[in-house]
Design a protein. Sequence first.
Length: 176
Amino acid sequence: MSSKWYVIHTLTGQEEKVKASIENKMQEGELQGKVQQVLIPTEQVSEVKDGKKRISLRKFFPGYVLVEMNMDDEAWYVVRNIPGVTGFIGTKTKPVPLLDSEIKHIIKQTEEKKEKPTPKVIFEKGDNIKIIEGPFINFNGTVEEINPDKGKVKVMVSIFGRATPVELEYWQVERL
């Protein structure tokens, strides 16, 4: 019997506890050979707090944990009864596995987001912003262009009474 990926629904904020409990049960032998891996898909997000750039993790699917396992009644019962687990995605009596294409997409997305942090704040053209870092600190401006791949925005700033385009990193500006 080959293993498949299943989605476990958890209480909000309990994802890490559930993952740790499953991994403990794997080590203790209750789920040995039944569970191959447990995954909480996350992405890195960057934000600026108190003038410092910080990178934190954000869950793609809050309230859900992915598990690769050989599903049988015993494994289903053990996982279902872990504190914080509210059930599996599927019917009431039978969990439904993810399609291979779905899990490949999720894993690919997770890998891509590890390499390049996503800005926590997304800007839109026309947003009024304040520059909080760099040579134009404390200047206000309007977003003209957004380049999410590079994490940069082009802002029109009034310098000596003239609107001047300035390219800045996302973390150098904040929305007004």
